[in-house]
Ligand binder design. Structure first.
Ligand code: NAG
Ligand code: NAG
Ligand code: NAG
Ligand code: NAG
Ligand code: NAG
Length: 355
């Protein structure tokens, strides 16, 4: 019973008021930079002020990461992509970042990468790496665990992503979207069309050389989209189909849209990116002299992707080292180059690896 003697009722009241004021600032002030860290716990109604703060944070994050022409590179990460399991030597995020270091003319691009973290661990990891980070809060969902391809939560996470990206377009930013299981070996801006009339340039699993949407197997793991009314309409339309597309992932919904006339309807110009430049495990680029990105597509599990992308970076380092050592044999080295087999990913579809 020491305290009542030390503090007069007046002092207690002041302390109480100060504390209440502090709480008020912490919890309610829309300008409070701490807010995005707050875990959602209240009802949706309690959360209205947070929405404002999150929007301001997004503006800020986009501004910081953007090139002068309002273009950003966006990747989404969750805990499974940033945390090392006991036996792993690296993480997907680290491999992804390492590729910007090893690639040609890719280091400056890191300044324009906005990492969107869907859980706190991913956000902390991003901040630790001193990158541009944005925390995407979703109420009542834990996006931290690995989401196995086509599981319910996987699909939910993908839709949340589409909603977020629509918002980015609405704010006037064009962007290159990249999954983090894509390694960047060269600067893609040198292989993308910079013609302003091209609205969407998207990677494919297999390239058939056709410009017709119905002939292309798009992959939303890598694309470049310009912000304009047509692309905003496209994304709005895409997202609006969320609840009428059970058991379909968002990529298939977009594929359906493209195949069923949305391109003509919205007067969109869509280009499908060649696997020669934008390679993947579904179809390897046959030209290491032109390859820009490599996507661990056609692969089911993160461990397999990490393993096989590590091999891709090893192949690339060997290739670059050989070029440095024998500059006169560059043609031969390029022609005789072959990618390592993607055994981890091939096996990831077998039932026994699911355990
Ligand atoms: C935007 O600016 C970057 C960096 O200056 C440049 O590489 C890129 O080609 C520009 N994008 C467009 C669409 O002009
Ligand atoms: C962009 O593409 C359009 C349509 O193909 C073409 O008419 C125009 O000349 C191109 N612009 C540039 C700068 O290449
Ligand atoms: C896009 O839409 C906005 C608002 O509806 C309109 O003001 C603007 O002129 C449109 N821009 C183009 C290029 O159609
Ligand atoms: C869902 O899709 C089906 C088939 O395309 C269509 O007939 C139906 O009207 C859609 N329902 C809603 C609610 O959009
Ligand atoms: C390239 O390879 C061919 C046959 O493998 C060989 O005859 C030629 O000398 C090589 N050229 C160089 C510059 O190493």
């Amino acid at each position: 019973m020491e305290h009542p003697k030390k503090f007069s009722p007046g002092t207690s009241a002041i302390v109480f008021l100060l504390f209440a004021g502090f709480l008020y600032i912490c919890v309610w002030s829309p300008s409070n930079p701490l807010l995005p860290f707050v875990q959602p716990s209240g009802s949706p109604k309690d959360f209205t002020p947070v929405e404002f703060a999150v929007k301001d944070e997004l503006d800020l994050a986009l501004e910081e990461a953007s090139m002068r022409n309002k273009t950003v590179i966006i990747a989404v990460v969750n805990r499974a992509y940033v945390e090392q399991s006991v036996n792993a030597e690296t993480t997907m995020l680290d491999l992804f970042l390492e590729s910007f270091w090893l690639g040609e003319d890719t280091r400056p691009l890191l300044d324009h990468l906005l990492l969107v973290a869907v859980d706190k661990t991913a956000y902390d990891r991003c901040m630790f790496k001193r990158l541009h980070c944005y925390r995407l809060v979703t109420e009542g969902v834990d996006f931290g665990e690995e989401k196995v391809f086509m599981s319910r939560d996987f699909i939910k996470m993908m839709w949340r992503r589409t909603f977020f990206l629509t918002e980015v377009l609405r704010r006037g930013y064009s962007f290159i979207f990249t999954d983090t299981d894509v390694v960047w070996l060269r600067n893609p801006l040198t292989k993308l069309s910079l013609n302003e009339t091209d609205d969407l340039q998207i990677s494919v699993d297999k390239y058939f050389g056709s410009r017709r949407p119905e002939h292309n197997l798009i992959n939303t793991g890598f694309y470049y989209i310009r912000s304009n009314n047509k692309t905003i309409s496209l994304f709005d339309k895409w997202y609006s189909l969320k609840d009428n597309s059970t058991r379909k992932k968002e990529q298939d919904v977009l594929l359906d849209l493209l195949r069923h006339g949305v391109v003509t309807e919205l007067d969109l110009r869509v280009r499908f990116l060649e696997t020669r430049h934008f390679s993947g495990f579904c179809e390897d680029s046959k030209d290491v002299g032109a390859v820009t990105t490599v996507h661990a597509n056609c692969c089911r599990h993160i461990n397999a992707k990490v393993r096989d992308l590590t091999a891709v970076l090893r192949d690339w380092k060997r290739f670059k080292a050989a070029l440095t050592k024998y500059p006169k044999a560059a043609r031969n080295i390029t022609r005789s180059f072959g990618w390592s087999r993607h055994d981890g990913c091939l096996n990831s579809w077998k039932p026994q690896t699911l355990t």
